[in-house]
Ligand binder design. Structure first.
Ligand code: NDP
Ligand code: GDR
Length: 378
């Protein structure tokens, strides 16, 4: 039985990857951080009682900032494959926590590579490093491929740049099977709530149900190449199944503005939005409500009125330095890995809206039923 170790198993990609590898028959070990409350929502459905026989999923407490902990886990697990997905992954937050981001995202990768080397596992253990399209940063060329120069634009991207090169270096210096997947943005119903797509799909559903009035966003003109996380974790696995260790761009080859993602999300709920104004004054106004669609979705729509502003720009969401345009060239992954994404953007938006609508309807139902959250401080 193949053994995989996933860092960042409690995150969006970690959850999908763990499920995918379990289905492939792997024994999956995951590293989770100790937190004061439960942080395993995304993987609770995979939980296996460790007292049962045939257990194939095990969690270990750990942190990428703790070398001795990583060495102990790698020694205990003896993994055939390591997927290093753990990171402080929020670009805007990295401007507020640059040193921690460098430690976890940059040095954390080094610590893991060193653990494998020190333990003499360089021939056994393959390593996948979660690299990112943020490395391209300030646009040098489009579409961006494996040969496009990097120009990081945030502490996050600078830390990931170190992780990228140290992975390449360990491959060349110690003949380790260590690869970078340069993944463009990928989203899903499990996406963290503060990344722009999920923030938009959650808010659109809440607004449609009258649970929220307005959505505040930053730069609506940023363009991203958005895919579905389910497709992207499969590419991670394919990268480690190749004969040779190499780096791959994983992307859809289609780019879209944040503004259009907003339009598509509301349209999925039967709500048409028109943007007016410019830059920080830009507003998204409802121009039409398709009552039939709203009714078909089981929403009453009574909260929405044509002319109502449901999106506003707030300067606090702008970043000190922005990445304006990401558009990936997936030619190499398509030809060498045989990787083809199943989701396009409209399908991704549909999946996220369907899921968030279900979540929000639960909230609305509880609210209508008079349920109130307990206040422990009263
Ligand atoms: P998430 O933010 O959803 O998950 C990050 C994971 O890392 C969480 O499990 C988190 O734990 C864990 N983590 C954070 N800091 C540490 C630490 N110091 N030690 C151990 N674990 C830690 O990210 P995604 O799943 O979206 O992304 C996975 C990886 O891929 C990340 O490295 C990200 O930078 C990279 N990436 C993501 C892309 C995307 O579009 N999603 C695109 C390209 C790259 P906890 O749950 O406790 O917070
Ligand atoms: P990104 O994702 O920075 O590309 O990093 P995010 O969804 O945070 O931002 C995408 C674009 O949307 C603009 N934006 C906003 N972003 C957020 N979060 N909140 C807002 O209110 C908002 N308004 C506009 C941003 O300025 C940006 O241009 C993600 C992460 O998953 C990284 O870990 C990963 O490496 C890259 O994708 C590829």
């Amino acid at each position: 039985m193949k053994v995989a170790l996933i860092t960042g198993v409690t995150g969006q990609d970690g959850a999908y990857l763990a499920e995918f590898l379990l289905k492939k028959g792997y024994f999956v070990h995951g590293i989770k951080r100790r937190a004061s409350s439960f942080n395993t929502d995304r993987i609770d459905h995979l939980y296996q009682d460790q007292h049962e026989s045939n257990v194939r999923f095990k969690l270990h407490y750990g942190d990428l900032t703790d070398s001795t902990n990583l060495i102990r886990i790698v020694q205990e697990v003896q993994p055939d494959e390591i997927y290093n997905l753990a990171a402080m992954s929020h670009v805007q937050v990295s401007f507020e926590m640059p040193e921690y981001t460098a430690n976890a995202d940059g040095l954390g990768t080094l610590r893991l590579l060193e653990a494998v080397r020190i333990l003499g596992l360089t021939e056994k253990t393959k390593i996948y490093q979660a690299s990112t399209s943020e490395l391209y940063g300030l646009v040098q060329a489009v579409p961006q491929s494996e040969t496009t120069p990097f120009y990081p634009r945030s502490p996050y991207a600078a830390a990931k740049m170190y992780a990228y090169w140290i992975t390449v270096n360990y491959r060349e210096a110690y003949q380790m099977f260590a690869c970078n997947g340069i993944l463009f943005n990928h989203e899903s119903p499990l996406r963290g709530e503060t990344f722009v797509t999920r923030k938009i799909t959650r808010a659109a559903c809440k607004i449609a149900l009258g649970l929220q009035h307005c959505l505040y966003l930053g730069n609506l003109s940023a363009q991203r190449d958005w895919g579905h996380a389910k497709d992207y974790i499969e590419a991670m696995w394919l990268i480690l199944q190749q004969e040779q260790a190499e780096d791959f761009v994983i992307a859809t080859g289609v780019t879209t503005t944040v503004r259009d993602f907003v339009r598509m999300s509301f349209a999925e709920l039967g709500i048409e939005i028109e943007f007016s104004g410019k830059d920080e004054h830009e507003k998204g106004v409802i121009i039409d409500i398709d009552e039939t669609v709203i009714r078909n979705l089981g929403l009453n729509g009574e909260f929405l009125k044509p002319g109502q502003t449901v999106v506003r720009v707030d300067a606090k969401y702008f970043r000190p330095t922005e990445v304006d345009l990401l558009l990936g060239d997936p030619t190499k992954s398509k030809t060498k890995l045989g990787w083809t994404p199943r989701y396009d953007l409209p399908l991704l938006v549909k999946d996220m809206i369907t899921s968030d609508l279900n979540l929000m309807k639960k909230d609305e139902y509880l609210k209508q039923g008079g349920y109130k959250t307990l206040n422990y401080f009263e």
